[in-house]
Design a protein around this ligand. Structure first.
Ligand SMILES: [Zn+2]
Length: 229
């Protein structure tokens, strides 16, 4: 069930080149927590609807430091063979305390940059401090794909998309590919342009499980093969 927020009934993914994606998000004040809680619930719904596994408030046009992540969603459990059910984690005012380990290059997609993936270098491990939706401070570490998703979403709060992470030449190439994908009708959740074969790569904002299986009938869902680059 959708929990409607005071932000309106139609939260939508903002896509590049919307100028809001390039703005730095504001800190959330303690008095804003009830409002953020409502917004977070709706953002999670939207994230699962669009097959995402991470979403920043910036991506729905609200410049507040709130992100939702669920990097495990849809990954097949080795023992049970079942895809992981939705388990959203909400972070308010997240701060990166540490980044360490090998920098790894991996294709990333973004709900706000539909139709393409681009190779982005990220640290292997991260330590983050953030408030939960009740205003409790939490500090935690993440590695691998989860660390990548967190770095990607926190970039959004700083006003950075995938393009700003690329060096100038690659950026020009990526923007050209993106314009072609948009012209072909790419929508949030697509990691390839319509008509192109999807490789179903696991990218920060694309989960492995089709949306129709994701929210309500996860236990009986059969996920497609997952490619983990
Ligand atoms: Zn993104």
């Amino acid at each position: 069930m959708l929990f409607r927020t005071s932000y309106g009934e139609d939260l939508q993914i903002v896509v590049a080149p919307d100028p809001r994606l390039l703005k730095k998000a504001e800190l959330v004040g303690i008095e804003e927590l009830p409002k953020m809680k409502a917004l977070a619930t709706e953002m999670a719904e939207l994230m699962y609807e669009t097959m995402g596994c991470g979403l920043a408030a910036t991506q729905v046009g609200i410049l507040k430091r709130l992100i939702v992540v669920d990097p495990d969603w849809g990954i097949l459990d080795e023992e049970s063979g079942e895809p992981s059910p939705p388990d959203p984690h909400f972070l308010i005012n997240p701060v990166i305390l540490r980044l360490w380990g090998t920098k790894e290059l991996m294709d990333e997609g973004c709900l706000s940059v539909p139709g393409i993936t681009v190779p982005i270098e990220r640290y292997e491990s991260i330590e983050v401090e953030a408030f939960d939706l009740d205003g409790n401070m939490q500090v935690f570490e993440a590695d691998g794909f989860a660390a990548r998703v967190l770095q990607h979403e926190i970039d959004h709060l700083e006003g950075m998309t995938l393009f700003e992470r690329l060096d100038p030449l690659l950026r020009i190439e990526a923007i050209q590919l993106y314009e072609d994908a948009l012209a072909a009708g790419a929508k949030p959740g697509d990691t390839t342009a319509p008509g192109q074969e999807s490789t179903r790569k696991r990218v920060p904002e694309q989960a492995a499980t089709p949306i129709e299986e994701a929210v309500s009938t996860v236990s009986s869902a059969v996920a497609p093969p997952v490619t983990v680059p």
